[in-house]
Design a protein around this ligand. Sequence first.
Ligand code: COA
Length: 152
Amino acid sequence: MDDVPAFHGILSDPVVTRFWSTPPHQDEAETRHWVAAMMAIGPGEGEDFAIEQDGRVIGKMGLFRFPEIGFILHRDAWGQGYAREALNPVLDRAFSVHGLPGIEADVDPRNTASLQLLHRAGFEETGRASRTWNLGGVWSDSVYLLLQNGLV
Ligand SMILES: CC(C)(COP(=O)(O)OP(=O)(O)OC[C@H]1O[C@@H](n2cnc3c(N)ncnc32)[C@H](O)[C@@H]1OP(=O)(O)O)[C@@H](O)C(=O)NCCC(=O)NCCS
């Protein structure tokens, strides 16, 4: 729970959460609840990780609910390869430790950074849907992606 302030700095940023599944966090209590939910994920349900750089939390990467992947990084950490670096061990563990047949992602079609990250790791698009998320009265769409075991 010591990481709540660092996570709040990430999840309260409207630029960072532009394509996130919830609006920017309004206060630390909301982030405390979010971190507690992440820590409460059971061993058979998912596996999420904080990403640290020099002892400071800069984001999270993991399977918040098998087999779905999710990730978010502080804006200051973007564009330096950290997401890619964090993605590889998460994928390795999903296949070799948890034996998942595949890993899924649901990404806003405008989220080019996430799509690039996933495509470079071998994810392939499996479909699209319109008006899948409603945040504050605004609808957004989804691109669905899959990385099958054996393709990494
Ligand atoms: C998605 C995110 C985690 C990427 O993190 P990152 O550390 O900047 O990514 P990396 O530096 O590891 O780059 C990964 C790939 O994406 C590309 N990329 C990164 N930012 C990009 C951008 N703004 N536009 C296009 N491509 C981009 C990189 O060039 C790299 O591709 P390459 O290997 O072909 O060069 C980060 O942008 C983020 O936190 N976004 C907000 C949260 C979010 O949308 N999460 C996903 C919800 S589904």
